[in-house]
Write a protein that binds this ligand. Structure first.
Ligand code: NDP
Ligand code: GDP
Length: 323
């Protein structure tokens, strides 16, 4: 019998790549998606990977506990990946309550539904390096104290600790992946890497002249989503549930990442980049740099795609999309 996986956030970047990966492993993949009047648009990422017909979409919302319980009862998944969230840091100051409800309390809904309907399922929680925020150590590991700097990060911290708490209280197989930024051609357009690769492609094609960004001195530890979804799966294959940092172990400034994109198409960054105060945040996470040693040691996982390779792939994908 094929194993059954339920993915929340299946319409997002990670949901698409995780679906592709689990299908390749022979899983029956179910995805929770919120109903939308533009359902066809919702499936864009799954269509990009050519797998929209291979997954089974279930109508649901992280805010609706009764629907989650029913879905768990009907599907009886072996593995549950909770990827759904209001995931954009900048929007979390604009929609702080919703972010708390979905990204924070939504995790409680998921864990309660599991506890009631399928307590033996293995559970993955999408925690985030944003929880480190104002970093307390130069290199962040599983033991580094957290200091969240946005409503998003505060909500993720709740999701993280409630996952730990359910593991310890109810002996559930609940693991949390503290994933550092990961990107791909399927990344949302509002995130800085995709905004840059889309912007550079537009400038190259003569559709735009400038690219407007905020704080280009911020540093991030950027990896590829395709690599990172494999770490999620590996966590759920372990005998003992645990928390893992998933990162490349290398950090780069936003400006350096931009230079890779501009250089790739033979353009000079300084001819096009404009700093716009509109994109600065009320509180910034200046630097993130993760220590992936535990994931390497216990899961046998390490990143295989460099930031440079990924940014070039994203620029090429955006050129193709726009041409
Ligand atoms: P995306 O923003 O691409 O996807 C988010 C998903 O959540 C979408 O499918 C969205 O559905 C869904 N969603 C939002 N609100 C609800 C809701 N109320 N009920 C059900 N579904 C909902 O995120 P990513 O794929 O990039 O990230 C996956 C997870 O990993 C997120 O939790 C994110 O916060 C976390 N994470 C991501 C990192 C990254 O660098 N990518 C780093 C660390 C953590 P819809 O299509 O309808 O909007
Ligand atoms: P985050 O780390 O989850 O917030 O991912 P983002 O891709 O949204 O942002 C990464 C970093 O890029 C942050 O430090 C932002 O302040 C910085 N940044 C600079 N300019 C921009 C911009 O125009 N858009 C976004 N999204 N981020 C920007």
């Amino acid at each position: 019998m094929a194993k059954k996986a339920l993915i929340t956030g299946i319409t997002g970047q990670d949901g698409a790549y995780l679906s592709e990966f689990l299908l390749s492993k022979g899983y029956d993949v179910y995805g929770l998606a919120r109903r939308s009047s533009t359902a066809d648009v919702n499936l864009t990422r799954l269509k990009w990977l050519g797998i929209e017909k291979d997954v089974q979409i279930v109508d649901g919302n992280l805010l609706d506990l009764s629907g989650l319980i029913r879905s768990m009862q009907e599907i009886a998944p072996d593995e549950v990946y909770n990827l759904a969230a209001q995931s954009f840091v900048a929007s979390s100051w604009q929609q702080p309550i919703l972010t708390g409800q979905v990204t924070g309390l939504g995790v409680s809904n998921m864990l309660e539904a599991l506890r009631i309907a399928k307590p033996d399922a293995h559970y993955y929680q999408a925690s985030s390096s944003e929880m480190y925020g104002l970093v307390q150590q130069p290199v962040q590991s599983e033991t580094t104290p957290f200091y969240p700097r946005s409503p998003y990060a505060v909500a993720k911290l709740y999701g993280h600790w409630i996952t730990v708490n359910y593991r310890e209280s109810f002996n559930m197989h609940a693991s949390s992946g503290i994933l550092f930024n990961h990107e791909s051609p399927l990344r949302g357009i509002e995130f800085v890497t995709r905004k840059v690769t889309d912007g550079v492609a537009r400038i190259k094609l003569g559709l735009e002249k400038e690219l407007r960004l905020g704080n280009i001195n911020a540093k991030r530890d950027w990896g590829h989503a395709k690599d990172y979804v494999q770490a999620m799966w590996l966590m759920l294959q372990q005998d003992i549930p645990d928390d893992y940092v998933v990162s490349t172990g290398r950090t780069t400034t936003v400006r350096e990442m931009c230079e890779v994109a501009f250089n790739h198409v033979g353009l000079n960054i300084d001819d096009h980049l404009v700093i716009d105060p509109a994109f600065f945040r009320p509180a910034e996470v200046d630097i993130l740099l993760g220590d992936p040693s535990k994931a390497k040691e216990k899961l046998g996982w390490s990143a295989t795609i460099t930031m440079e390779e990924m940014i070039k792939e994203m620029v090429e994908a955006d050129l193709k999309r726009l041409s």
